[in-house]
Write a protein that binds this ligand. Structure first.
Ligand SMILES: Nc1nc(=O)c2c([nH]1)NC[C@@H]1CN(c3ccc(C(=O)N[C@@H](CCC(=O)O)C(=O)O)cc3)C=[N+]21
Length: 284
């Protein structure tokens, strides 16, 4: 079997066209959704992601501001800035690019963001809402994965989904979203024994481990749906966690890297920013 490739990039473009129309409608009601992205330091990979977010925001007509702060920024300075952005009526979404330098505690920064402006969906309030099945900002990568599965007409209810990875950003929340939609979810991670025994049982395999080449065709059964969330740089090239060539011979569906999950992550960030603006302005 040769897998159907699910191109997040293509779906992302469709969705962004719709969002562009929605933003111009909001402008007519004097609502100008605005995203502020804060980046500390100059890590080249992080810089390239935030530039991508910036470009995508502008393309659909969002107001967007990139705040580039030096590596030497103190935790207090960052928290003060967040406080300012929380109070700024013109700002609807705040994203602080992770990872942060070692002298700043990620969780402290995440908790400082007003949950109503938390377009990443990382604030404990929003995490708790997701856990209890309430309406909230869903983290962008997990949300993007759900939209991709739906648009590919993949049924989630009753499926056995195996997730490799348990980060707060991807592994845990994607498991929660899938559980909320009645999947049976298994989480594997770095201490899991006999990983292949688990991956072979997956109807849907989500790989978010951050290890290039972790999964190959030998690790899955025929007909598995494979979602590759890896963003690894190997010899300067972006590659996922899955060996695409061997896995696509057995999978029924597979996402590539690049052009797979990544563009959907950015798209859901745009979606969350529009949603934040509508909520703050009490618009429908
Ligand atoms: N607060 C926070 N929120 C995040 O959502 C967040 C973060 N920090 N830190 C880093 C990770 C990583 N991430 C990506 C987003 C888009 C692509 C993406 O669009 N990738 C393109 C290619 C981009 C390229 O070639 O460089 C693709 O896969 O086709 C990748 C990675 C968001 N993250």
């Amino acid at each position: 079997m040769s897998a159907e490739v699910i191109y997040g990039k293509q779906l992302a473009e469709e969705l962004r066209q719709e969002m562009k129309k929605e933003v111009s409608e909001l402008h007519k009601h004097n609502i100008h959704p605005k995203l502020v992205v804060v980046i500390i330091g100059q890590d080249p990979a992080s810089m390239s992601y935030v530039k991508g977010k910036q470009r995508a925001s502008e393309k659909i007509g969002l107001d967007s501001e990139l705040m580039e702060l030096p590596e030497s920024t103190s935790e207090k300075e960052l928290l003060d800035l967040i406080d300012q952005l929380n109070q700024d009526q013109t700002v609807h979404g705040i994203l602080v690019q992770l990872p942060l330098p070692n002298h700043i505690e990620d969780q402290k920064v995440i908790e400082a963001i007003n949950p109503e402006k938390d377009v990443d969906g990382f604030h404990p309030i929003n995490v708790g809402r997701l856990l209890t099945g309430q309406e909230t900002f869903y983290p962008c990568t997990p949300y993007g994965i759900m939209v991709m599965l739906k648009r590919a007409n993949i049924t989630i209810e009753g499926k056995h989904v195996v997730i490799i990875g348990r980060s707060n950003l991807v592994g845990k929340p994607v498991g929660q979203l899938l559980l909320n939609e009645n999947a049976t979810v298994t989480h594997c991670h770095s201490r899991t024994k006999n990983l292949r025994d688990h991956t072979k049982q997956a109807d849907i395999l989500i790989v978010a481990a951050g290890k290039a080449g972790l999964i190959s065709g030998d690790d899955i059964e025929e007909g598995t749906i494979v979602i590759d969330v890896g963003v690894n740089r190997v010899d300067g090239k972006l590659t996922g966690d899955v060996d695409f060539e061997s896995a696509s011979e057995k999978a029924s569906h597979i996402t590539p890297v690049p052009k797979g999950v990544g563009p959907m992550t950015i798209t859901m960030l745009l979606h969350n920013t529009i949603k934040a603006a509508k909520r703050i302005h009490n618009h429908q």
